[in-house]
Design a protein around this ligand. Structure first.
Ligand SMILES: [Zn+2]
Length: 134
């Protein structure tokens, strides 16, 4: 799956049920959940870089459902889990806090893993590692 980064992606968006893993690959992390209507949920997060992933419908509350609130993680200073060097990236949930992958180690680490396992270990290129500094 190719996830491309959009530069002006700062509007809250409602996403389909089951897409949380895809949002995580795009650099988002679940913060909490809210129960709202579509309009209400979008209004709560207007102008914020938030993905609202549809969850369960709420019995007895017309039009309302649960949404997982996913916020975009910041690009930050990290240490490479392979060589220990300083790099920048976004935290991936399968890495220890503050650890990522530096650009010099990508090929080396990629060669030793299947693409699926590499992604599960390090996240997405351009999102979690090999990011452009902003
Ligand atoms: Zn490294």
């Amino acid at each position: 799956m190719q996830i491309t980064e959009s530069l002006n992606d700062t509007e809250a968006k409602i996403c389909d049920f089951g897409t949380a893993p895809a949002q995580a690959l795009a650099g988002y992390k679940i913060l909490n959940t809210v129960v709202e209507t579509d309009v209400g949920a979008l209004a709560l997060f207007a102008g914020q870089d938030v993905r609202l992933v549809r969850g369960a419908r709420v019995y007895g509350a017309a039009g309302k459902q649960e949404f997982a609130v996913m916020v975009r993680l910041p690009v930050r200073r990290m240490l490479c889990s392979c060589c220990g060097g300083v790099t920048i990236g976004r935290q991936w949930h399968n890495r220890d806090d503050g650890f990522g992958l530096c650009v010099d180690c990508i090929d080396f680490c990629h060669r030793r893993e299947t693409p699926e396992r590499f992604q599960s270990l390090y996240g997405a290129r351009g999102v979690h590692f090999d990011v452009k500094s902003t």
